[in-house]
Design a protein around this ligand. Structure first.
Ligand SMILES: [Zn+2]
Length: 481
């Protein structure tokens, strides 16, 4: 009870109370007015770098195996010191024997079981030509105009294949994410990590506990601690698989046994497959809820351009957070229920664009949610596959929807407030975030007051230039200046 009271008291503090002592302005309105004129004086590149350094709280919607850029996969798959000694082969030849897509990647253990004819279609990843290497890297990123939802769901995961079953690679992908988030001034990552079907280099199964240990050992390393990022996991279930009951039983038991790291369960996968309808899970989840102390749920729902009742049905399962929620406004009674309530929508602008759930950002419900009291936060979904960053999400939101300073702060705070991490740690991260935000604002004001004006408006890490492939294509002026 004590935790609940304490948490509520944090949630009820307004923006201005949090900043009153540290803010150089007497009112929230004056802060917003100053920030508006300040932001208008910046070039696109300066705006981007301001948002890169803006203290961003957390990323609550993050698939670990979708978060690695093509170049990370290549680097880790070909580096046997980092990847636990595994060797990988990828399909480069469209011969008759194997029908898998190009760049379907397999471990040495699987390769050794193939026929001579099948083996001929594969090549060791480390032996690819420069052109083949480039093509491999692009094959797991949605970077061509003709690529969309079907390429992403139908081919990307098939290509990565056994790379996602190596816990050493997954641990390194997590570390690289943490290092990049540190440069983006982010503090909390709640990522989806599935650990049950990992394989050893000889092809045998890794017990889940041992595989998890490899990842958590990395989190205890100096390199991980240096990033200052707090990490927690969700376990994700693909919604249209067949043996749902057995899988959910296993997942709840595993999450319950590993509560230090696992703080929730997710339901993922495209919603246009009727086998994945939310209510299919109702009796299983109700039964599991009777067996285990509360396990928190953040489920994908409403990731669709069509009206349906999936968000309402997902709340009925007991979910507290909704991944995407793009079609919420097409279900008016559920929209009304979510206003000023405790359920958060995890907004992923770039994912929704790339997978063509929205035609362009002007049709996205995000500003309507943000400005009518539906809690929301910005997150990255499968950012490696869009070659994008969390800063890109903020840049899109800020430039397309004219966000105020207060709205930026709300988004950042929400991404920790609505995290599933333990209450004590959450309070600590929120307190630190609020200090960082106040300090950041004060440093912008100090910089603005300098005469003559500095051409570099940013006080922190200003030598870091991090431009993603996505942002250079979406807003070329950001990268040109
Ligand atoms: Zn997702």
């Amino acid at each position: 009870m004590l935790f609940v009271v304490r948490t509520l008291s944090i949630f009820s503090l307004s923006f201005f109370v949090l900043f009153a002592r540290a803010s150089p302005f007497p009112t929230e309105e004056e802060t917003n007015a100053w920030f508006k004129q300040y932001a208008h004086s910046l070039t696109d590149s300066q705006t981007y770098r301001l948002l890169q350094q803006f203290p961003k709280g957390g990323d609550l919607h993050h698939h670990l195996s979708g978060s690695a850029y093509g170049k990370w996969w290549y680097e880790l798959a070909t580096n046997q010191i980092l990847n636990g000694g595994y060797r990988y082969f990828t399909k480069i030849d469209n011969g008759e024997c194997v029908s898998a897509p190009s760049f379907h990647t397999i471990s040495n253990a699987t390769y050794s079981t193939l026929t001579k004819c099948e083996q001929k279609q594969y090549k060791a990843l480390g032996e690819l030509s420069q052109d083949q290497k480039r093509a491999f890297i692009h094959s797991v990123e949605l970077d061509k105009p003709e690529e969309g939802r079907d390429e992403f769901f139908g081919f990307h995961w098939q290509r990565l294949n056994e790379l996602t079953q190596n816990p050493y690679i997954i641990a390194q992908v997590l570390l690289k994410n943490m290092q990049l988030y540190q440069l983006e001034n982010m503090r909390y990552l709640e990522t989806q990590l599935n650990i049950r079907f990992m394989k050893r280099a000889d092809g045998s199964n890794f017990p889940a506990d041992e595989a998890l240990q490899i990842v958590t050992d990395m989190l205890e390393s100096e390199a991980a601690k240096e990033t200052g990022i707090t990490v927690r996991f969700q376990y994700a279930l693909v919604r249209f698989t067949n043996n749902i009951e057995e899988q959910l039983d296993w997942i709840f038991k595993f999450v319950d046994a590993n509560r230090k790291w696992y703080v929730g369960v997710n339901l993922v996968g495209r919603e246009d497959d009727p086998r994945g309808h939310p209510l299919r899970f109702l009796s299983s989840i109700t039964k599991l809820r009777a067996q285990y102390p509360a396990i928190r749920l953040s489920f994908h729902a409403g990731e669709s351009e069509h009206a349906d009742t999936n968000i309402r049905d997902t709340l009925l399962l007991g979910a507290e957070r909704i991944g995407h929620g793009i079609n919420l406004l097409k279900d008016p009674s559920t929209y009304l229920l979510m206003r000023h309530n405790r359920y958060l929508i995890e907004t992923n602008l770039i994912s929704n664009l790339k997978l063509e759930y929205i035609e362009d950002l002007s049709t996205h419900p995000f500003p309507q949610l943000l400005r009518t009291g539906v809690p929301t936060a910005l997150s990255t979904d499968d950012r490696g596959m869009w070659n994008a960053t969390l800063t890109d999400e903020y840049y899109l939101a800020f430039t397309q929807f004219n966000l105020s300073w207060s709205e930026l702060v709300t988004l950042s705070q929400n991404s920790i407030k609505y995290g599933f991490l333990q209450d004590e740690k959450k309070e600590q991260l929120l307190a630190q975030l609020n200090k960082d935000l106040a300090k950041f604002l004060a440093s912008l004001v100090a910089r603005d007051n300098q005469t003559p004006k500095s051409s570099e408006p940013l006080p922190l890490n200003s030598n870091t230039k991090l431009y993603s492939g996505f942002i250079c294509e979406f807003a070329p002026t950001v990268c040109q200046q």
